[in-house]
Design a protein around this ligand. Structure first.
Ligand SMILES: Cc1ncc(COP(=O)(O)O)c(C=O)c1O
Length: 401
């Protein structure tokens, strides 16, 4: 394999090297750098679950995984609308899928981003949680001087909702109170733009009731504002089905959302959206790493928290990812199975902080040179890799029968 490079390679899912199994990948490549192995059926099945069950249109939150082949699989499976949160994501999706619908759902943007997204990339949907950002959007798009431009915009007020149902809260950074949201909805309607509401219950949300509680707050904001809502986006937060966390089936989340939306008695034609990242991406990708050194029950591996294993640095993160260990035996790659023991795992950089914050469970006979497959790491793994210390994993393959 070639040396690491910080520049991401452009690629298509269709042109990736493919192998029948992870063992076959290891057998062929004997990889010394991390490899991302994609499982296309997992992306298809995740998308289909949302298409079948969610009572509205599903976007993909690009921040969870912006790798080209992942986007290709999700798009091929039926995702035609993307939640983008930076101009770079806007450009990435517009250039890849010319007809895709884009919603720019970061409530605070780089100066000029809303204007360029509107003018150059045909973005018409924006989120905000302050009067200042509303003024920026109206001014950069020209909607403040031209009602015909305003009429093209759907502006979503991001509502503050309690963070108690999710493992990763996303409430302390963004979100207007009910009273502020009502005022923003009135200002949006007065500007001539279409008023929308959105919220985020937090990532890896464990309780469907969190969506119902958030929807009830939407009802309060709508009532206070007196406006006719054009669109409601219930955000992301849908869980991954990892080890060590108990989560109800997605159908229960969809049912809670259906009930919560029905109770709002929204006007006919009010569009309903969701924007999952984790739930669409998690199951479709494994990270194949190699053990560099073993010292008693401490191992050094070739990926870490500055690379694809960033979620191992989250605080109070009970999630565990399924692991498998592969080794070479008589020229063949076999899966190692033995008594399980706990290991401390350091990443490849020289930084002491580059250590997984949680012990990992591996066969007791794991050894230097073996490979560890971290499964279900399609969300917030390669998306968060840095080039720190020269380590930038960027090899993708597919597992196809
Ligand atoms: C605005 C917004 N939408 C959607 C998502 C995706 O969330 P999740 O991956 O939990 O579904 C995020 C995550 O940070 C977000 O900030």
């Amino acid at each position: 394999m070639s040396a690491t490079t910080h520049a991401e390679t452009k690629r298509n899912a269709a042109s990736l090297a493919h192998y029948p199994s992870v063992a076959a990948v290891i057998d062929k490549l004997r990889p010394t750098l991390p490899v991302y192995a994609l499982f296309p059926p997992a992306f298809r099945s995740a998308v289909q679950t949302f298409i079948d069950g969610f009572p509205g249109e599903t976007m993909f939150a690009v921040k969870a995984n912006h790798a080209d082949p992942v986007l290709d699989h999700l798009h091929g499976a039926g995702i035609k609308h993307f939640d983008v949160a930076s101009l770079a994501e806007v450009r990435l999706i517009r250039e890849r899928f010319a007809d895709a619908k884009l919603s720019f759902m970061a409530p605070v943007r780089i100066r000029g981003a809303a204007g360029e997204a509107f003018r150059t990339f045909a973005v018409r949907n924006f989120a905000l949680d302050s009067e200042d950002e509303l003024a920026v959007i109206l001014s950069e798009t020209g909607a403040n001087n031209d009602r015909s431009i305003a009429a093209q915009l759907t502006l979503y007020v991001r509502l503050h909702v309690p963070a108690d149902g999710a493992l990763l809260e996303l409430s302390s950074k963004f979100g207007a109170s009910i009273t502020q949201a009502a005022e923003l909805l009135r200002l949006i309607a007065a500007s001539g733009a279409k008023p929308g509401l959105t919220f985020h219950v937090g990532s890896q949300c464990l309780h469907p009731r969190s969506y119902q509680a958030a929807l009830k707050r939407c009802g309060d904001a709508i009532k206070q504002s007196g406006v006719t809502l054009a669109a409601l986006d219930v955000g992301g937060g849908f869980p991954g089905y990892y080890l060590n966390v108990t989560v109800p089936p997605l159908e229960e989340y969809f049912a809670a959302i259906k009930d919560g939306v029905a109770a709002l008695k929204l006007p006919e034609g009010c569009a309903i959206y969701c924007e999952p990242g984790r739930a669409l991406a998690a199951d479709g990708l494994s990270v194949i790493t190699q053990v560099l050194l073993r010292r008693d029950h401490t191992i050094y591996i070739n990926d870490g928290i500055y690379g694809s294993l960033n979620e191992y640095a989250l605080q109070n993160w009970p999630v565990r990812y399924p692991l498998r260990v592969y080794a070479e035996s008589n020229g063949r790659i076999i899966e190692k199975k033995s008594r399980i023991a706990s290991f401390k795992a350091f990443g490849p950089t020289c930084d002491t902080l580059d250590v997984l914050h949680y012990l990992i469970e591996l066969p007791d006979n794991v050894a230097a040179g073996d490979w560890i497959e971290f499964q279900q790491l399609g969300a917030y793994s390669c998306a968060l890799r840095t080039g720190f210390n020269g380590f930038y994993p960027d090899t993708f393959v597919e597992i196809r029968a």
